[in-house]
Design a protein around this ligand. Structure first.
Ligand SMILES: [Fe+2]
Ligand SMILES: [Fe+2]
Length: 189
């Protein structure tokens, strides 16, 4: 990872670069674009988890890449949303946007998905010196369940929250979100 990129993908890492791309940190200056790019990466991870579940085995390099994303990038993204994006959207939304229950549901999804994420990280981290991780049926099922619930979550965020954020948030809101995201990642403003 260079100082200009964030994320789980060290460029050039053998066998891993194509799985999860790093996001240029400069994109945080337009925070909604950064969050959308993170959603794209989450979809990529879900597609990979479905493939792992179908094949029943994961090469070590891909397992490590997904662990790094789920352990590091995903919690940062949840904090971006729960602490900055959602409160800003909640403040600026109009009553007819009817967003209260949607935002509460999405934050609850973050909390509930932690259990599945930890289970997936544990499975993928087993036998760290082996070339491959072999997945038993329960591990495959939890990967599928997480991927399916995350696809629904992303559809709600992109289709509802991000669409309303684009319309309602002011430049000052976006600047505050961007600054908080930089602080969270230890990036100079
Ligand atoms: Fe999100
Ligand atoms: Fe989310």
């Amino acid at each position: 990872m260079t100082s200009h990129e964030a994320g789980a993908a060290p460029p050039g890492s053998p066998g891993t670069a194509a799985l999860i791309e790093a996001i240029p940190l400069a994109l945080i200056d337009t925070p909604l674009d950064y969050i959308l790019a993170d959603h794209f990466r989450q979809r990529t991870v879900c597609v990979a988890l479905k493939r792992f579940a179908a094949e029943g085995t994961v090469v070590r390099s891909e397992a490590d890449m997904v662990i790094a994303f789920l352990d590091h990038d995903l919690p940062l993204h949840h904090e971006d949303e729960d602490e900055d994006l959602f409160p800003a959207v909640r403040r600026r939304a109009l009553p007819e946007d009817d967003l209260g229950s949607v935002l509460a549901r999405l934050s609850e999804d973050h909390r509930l998905s932690d259990v599945m994420v930890h289970a997936i990280v544990d499975v993928l981290g087993s036998g760290p010196d082996n070339d491959r991780v072999t997945l038993d049926r329960p591990a495959r099922d939890i990967m599928l369940a997480y991927a399916n619930s995350e696809h629904r979550h992303l559809a709600m965020e992109n289709g509802i929250v991000m669409a309303i954020a684009r319309i309602r948030l002011k430049p000052s809101d976006l600047k505050a979100i961007s600054e908080a995201m930089k602080r969270r990642r230890g990036v100079d403003a």
